[in-house]
Write a protein that binds this ligand. Structure first.
Ligand SMILES: NC(=O)c1ccc[n+]([C@@H]2O[C@H](COP(=O)([O-])OP(=O)(O)OC[C@H]3O[C@@H](n4cnc5c(N)ncnc54)[C@H](O)[C@@H]3O)[C@@H](O)[C@H]2O)c1
Length: 450
């Protein structure tokens, strides 16, 4: 193999040690490899060196603790480790600009730092999500500016990261890895590397552009599917039909190689990827004169769900005889994703803003979110306990389906709220039995599409 001749103990440097870099780096070190995490954030590096983990990914803090006194995982703000590495993974952030095009500043800074340090035989793996053509059109020339020639001296592949938050460490050793190399030697070396270090299936493509678009297609599909579920929920609301019944029936139809697979509706789509990757795709297509109408529609549908949520809550409060301008809503769960404390681009923020604008008093309880981050995101101090949030509320709005909210003791909560009190189900998807129990206790129930 031209790149990575010795597969037995490849040394890995990961540039960008945020969520993606950290999950991968820790997993590889845990599997016996020597890994250096390079990050330009000195605070992050200091925390990691002290054994602290700011990323709330199940199993990550424990694995970091296990590796704390081992030389297998080290951290740096500088690039000294590059010389020694066999494989260099790039996992820096790739945000979008106000015009929705990819912002390449972090990527460019990394490539400029790597270029003079690259040596013959190294394999560079780009993991950051990028617009089609970025690996060959931007990363390759920037790296070659150091004097080495891609394909002759060093290998370059695009391997998208497809892990989902909350399951990253288990998915790392299960999910198929997509490899798109700039040349056959790069592809072959990367395939051998991933098979050796993670033991996962690898899907090879002859160009990075295919792999770049595979990643974008995945997130486009997810966003699209959720938009359909959200529209379906609004349809079911109008016909007083339970959207979950419709979805389970519709999903029983075999189609293609699988079944119809409509995902679940919710208060909206948030997080780092789905709110930017479809727009990055749209912008890249526009640059080639192609208009992707579905992305514009899907983004608009999903972005409208927080307004639909707070308007529905206000309408239900009015129907129950409460003035939304004098009522209190207790929001249970602020993260964009169930069972995480991740507040990045959470749609709950827009629900809170909408309720506050209507004069409603809002309390928020999210046991998984960092209290300081919760305050800076929402502008509302989080409640320390469930009881504190719920006391005197006219509506309990479950907006993240965290596990503790699946087992709420509604009989006990009933004592703390006025009557009537509405349970608004934005993501818990309570069962028919739970809804019947809520009604028996004297709560009203309303869900998105339910
Ligand atoms: N978070 C996800 O769920 C997820 C999933 C799949 C793919 N991705 C993609 O992976 C990439 C990384 O995502 P993330 O969530 O880990 O981002 P992140 O913001 O958590 O991490 C990026 C890290 O890169 C560091 N960095 C920035 N410039 C640097 C430089 N010049 N040198 C060294 N370090 C630098 C930052 O300090 C930060 O710690 C993005 O392209 C993202 O779209 C993310």
């Amino acid at each position: 193999m031209r790149f990575l001749p010795d597969l037995r103990e490849p040394k890995v440097a990961i540039v960008g040690f945020g969520w993606v870099g950290c999950c991968l780096g820790v997993a590889l070190a845990d599997r016996g490899l020597y890994v250096t995490g390079i990050d330009s954030d000195p605070g992050l590096v200091a925390e990691l060196r002290a054994g602290r983990c700011r990323i709330a990914e199940p199993g990550l803090a424990e694995a970091l603790e296990r590796l704390r006194d081992s030389s297998r995982l080290t951290f740096d703000t500088g690039y000294d480790a590059i010389e020694d590495a066999d494989v260099i993974v790039i996992a820096v952030g790739t945000p979008i600009a106000p015009d929705r095009s990819l912002v390449t500043a972090q990527l460019e800074a990394v490539c400029e730092a790597l270029a003079p340090r690259l040596r013959r035989g190294q394999l560079v793996v780009l993991k950051s999500t990028v617009a089609p053509g970025t690996t060959q059109g931007l990363v390759r020339p920037l790296l070659e500016a150091g004097g080495l020639v891609q394909g002759e001296d060093f290998g370059l592949v695009f391997c998208p990261e497809r892990l989902s938050e909350g399951n990253a460490l288990s998915e790392l050793v299960e999910l198929t890895v997509i490899v798109g190399g700039c040349d056959p030697d790069s592809t072959q070396s990367a395939t051998a590397f991933w098979k050796r270090v993670l033991g996962v299936p690898v899907w090879e493509y002859a160009s990075p552009e295919v792999a770049e678009i595979v990643k974008l297609a995945d997130n486009w599909w997810i966003d699209h599917n959720i938009a359909m579920a959200n529209d379906l929920a609004r349809l079911c609301d109008a016909f007083e039909v339970d959207v979950l019944e419709v979805i389970s029936g519709a999903n029983s139809l075999p189609k293609g190689n699988s079944h119809v697979n409509i995902l679940l509706p919710s208060v909206g789509v948030g997080g780092y990827c789905l709110t930017k990757d479809p727009w990055m795709t749209w912008s890249a297509a526009r640059g080639r004169g192609v208009r992707l109408d579905t992305i514009e529609t899907v983004r608009a549908v999903n972005d409208a769900m927080p307004a639909y949520t707070h308007e529905t809550i206000s309408a239900e409060l009015t129907r129950a005889g409460w003035d939304p301008g004098r009522a209190k809503v207790a929001i249970l769960g602020a993260a964009f994703k169930n069972n995480t404390g991740d507040l990045r681009s959470t749609p709950v923020k827009h629900v809170v803003d909408g309720l506050l604008a209507a004069g409603t008093t809002v309390s928020i309880f999210d046991p998984l979110a960092d209290p300081d981050e919760l305050f800076s995101t929402m502008g509302v101090e989080g409640s320390a306990t469930l009881e504190e949030a719920v006391d005197g509320a006219h509506c309990l709005a479950v907006l993240a389906g965290h596990e503790p909210f699946q087992q709420l003791d509604f009989a006990a909560l009933r004592e703390r709220v006025p009557s009537p009190c509405l349970v608004f189900d934005g993501r818990a998807y309570y069962s028919r039995e739970t809804i019947a129990e809520l009604r028996r206790l004297g709560f009203g129930y309303r869900g998105i599409g339910r």
